[in-house]
Write a protein that binds this ligand. Structure first.
Ligand code: GRF
Length: 208
């Protein structure tokens, strides 16, 4: 069975969705860069190994990345899943895990990388919004796209309602993308991900 190490910084609802999905893989550890990350409670209650690599204890990004990598390596990861991990990882770290680290982002990339994606989507008046699971590259919120789910933006939507509906889709699509990874259904050619899974296209349809 493949080992997944999940990195969180806060609420951890995507981590929870991955754990609850009953994937054919072992969640080997949940690691946070913040001791007060709310999601650590669920992880500990679920009996998962939990580690904190407190970013405040390190004077440089390099030192933090090295400590994080050491913590991850203790759990022999086949896949590292960033789930609301609010820390930009250094190029060396990302290259070390190239093809083995994925992220979920609350927009239809390449639109709206970075923060405040729902607010920006409303400001731009986009009619479709959503979330993206992608392989991580040194460029933030960029990398081969594994899965996306779209929702239509309604006239009555606020930042909060959009965030809630996108989050529902995140909880559906992130475990699915990880399932494809652990089942060996993903191939990356020239930066494009090919998914060999029944129903893969239908799984990403737009919610009205
Ligand atoms: C999610 O919206 C995710 O897309 C983004 O950060 C948020 C984390 O939420 N990267 P949670 O901690 O998984 O609840």
């Amino acid at each position: 069975m493949k080992n997944i190490v999940i990195l969180i910084s806060g609420r951890g609802s995507n981590m929870e969705a991955i754990v609850r999905a009953g994937l054919p893989a072992r969640v080997a550890a949940v690691i946070s860069n913040r001791a007060d990350a709310e999601g650590l409670k669920f992880a500990a209650q679920s009996g998962l190994p939990v580690e904190v690599v407190d970013e405040r204890e390190f004077s440089s990004r390099g030192a933090f990345d090295a400590a994080l990598e050491a913590a991850i390596e203790r759990h022999s990861p086949d896949l590292v899943a960033l789930a609301g991990f609010m820390r930009i990882l250094g190029g060396d770290f990302v290259r070390h895990y190239s093809g083995r680290v994925v992220n979920i982002h609350p927009s239809l990339l390449p639109a709206f990388p970075g923060l405040h994606t729902h607010r920006r989507a409303l400001q731009e008046g986009v009619k479709l919004h959503g979330c993206t699971v992608h392989f991580v590259t040194p460029q933030v919120d960029h990398g081969p796209i594994i899965a996306q789910a779209a929702i239509s933006v309604r006239a009555v939507d606020t930042e909060a309602t959009l965030a809630a509906r996108v989050l529902q889709q995140e909880h559906r699509v992130y475990p699915l993308a990880i399932r494809w990874f652990v089942e060996g259904r993903l191939a990356v050619e020239n930066g494009i991900v090919r998914v060999d899974a029944p129903g893969a296209r239908q799984a990403l349809l737009v919610e009205e």
